[in-house]
Design a protein around this ligand. Structure first.
Ligand code: ATP
Ligand code: MG
Length: 345
């Protein structure tokens, strides 16, 4: 809070509301892209201005059902993702961490929003165009932006920290919320998409034009996983495609491979890609600097992760506590929305 003065009396300023919510789908082992675009920012944002435990971070297991999956592996990935949230620094005494399917209100509000969104806007979603559009595409892949809008709107969220690939979904949540408010009266807070300051869209090291994605096959050499060992990280970065020529400078259009490595290194050491480039006279030096920065960040997380998964029952108890806290808030908003739409509640 920054008090301002008129005469001698400080006038307290109300801080801009910053209730934060975000989630990651357990559709694969988390990547460095998930860390820089999302998880690291969850950790930075876990202390909201309006009080403790006012940020909500969830594991979006319902979203994983939009694609074929193995149930046993799904459960394991959900727990792995949760343990990585805590290992990366989320503190359950400062924010609510929960599994989406354990808070029933998500599915409930999702249906109300399916009855608000239009088929035309859902068909325009890039992810649906990329992954769906076939006769055997799951219906949930078409409607899941409504579930994502529900995820956000249930918590009266102001700020949604996600990577730039998710901006279209947050935009849809805003449109649907505004349409609902106009049709049925003020019900939802209109959320804001907040892109990362750096490394908003890490490229795959083997094909930098493609986004680094956790649903890539486990054998993908261009995807750094948060649980990769230092050896594996060094090998993947060593094999990263670079560009013709041998000069290190930052130019994402002309030098996408080198620029991707510069983005990664800069985001991890807290500087600009241009200044990393100045300190790296060759591709080899850049790859070594990048490896060092990635290993220095991920190694402590990997060790904490090993401790956390060793105590599965305490992990499950922490998640159950987070789900209770989230439900208390989400149930209020569902009731508000049901009442506004004319449902008995
Ligand atoms: P999938 O392949 O299953 O879609 P994903 O790696 O794209 O997996 P999501 O669950 O879709 O991950 O997204 C989780 C969060 O990670 C989102 O905030 C998203 O913007 C961010 N994110 C995903 N990939 C990257 C990336 N390459 N660079 C920066 N942020 C990313
Ligand atoms: Mg994705």
């Amino acid at each position: 809070m920054h008090p301002t003065r008129t005469g001698t009396r400080p006038i307290p300023q109300t801080p801009a509301p910053t209730r934060t919510l975000s989630g990651i789908t357990p559709s694969g082992s988390l990547t460095l892209g998930n860390y820089l675009g999302a998880l690291r920012r969850f950790v930075d944002g876990q202390d909201s201005t309006s009080g403790s435990r006012d940020s909500y971070y969830f594991i979006a297991d319902l979203h994983a059902l939009t694609m074929p999956h193995d149930p046993q592996q799904q459960r394991e990935l959900t727990l792995e993702t949760a343990a990585l949230y805590f290992a990366a620094g989320l503190d359950p005494s400062r924010c609510a961490v929960f599994v989406q399917s354990q808070v029933r209100a998500h599915v409930e509000l999702s249906y109300l929003l399916e009855s608000t969104a239009y088929v035309g806007e859902l068909s325009r979603m890039i992810q649906f165009k990329e992954k769906g559009g076939r006769p055997r595409t799951r219906a949930s892949l078409f409607t899941y932006p409504c579930l994502m809008a529900a995820d956000i709107l249930l918590y009266d969220t102001h700020v949604v920290p996600v990577g730039s690939d998710q901006s279209q979904h947050v935009e849809l949540a805003r449109d649907v919320a505004a349409r609902f408010n106009q049709a049925y009266g003020e019900t939802f807070v209109i959320p804001r998409f907040v892109p990362p300051a750096s490394a908003a869209r890490l490229g795959d090291l083997a094909d930098p034009a493609r986004k680094m994605s956790k649903s890539a096959p486990p054998s993908a050499t261009g995807v750094i996983r948060m649980l990769d060992t230092p050896d594996v990280i060094a090998r993947k970065i060593g094999k990263a495609v670079t560009d013709s020529g041998n000069e290190v400078h930052y130019d994402p259009a002309a030098k996408p491979g080198v620029s991707n490595l510069l983005d990664i290194t800069a985001a991890l050491v807290g500087t600009t890609p241009e200044s990393v480039a100045e300190q790296c006279p060759s591709y080899g030096v850049l790859k070594r600097a990048c490896t060092e920065a990635v290993v220095a960040t991920l190694e402590p997380i990997r060790h904490r992760y090993a401790e956390l998964v060793a105590d599965r029952s305490s992990l499950l108890a922490t998640l159950a506590d987070g789900a209770n806290q989230a439900s208390a808030q989400a149930d209020l908003v569902v009731r508000r929305a049901k009442h506004a739409m004319g449902l008995l509640c």
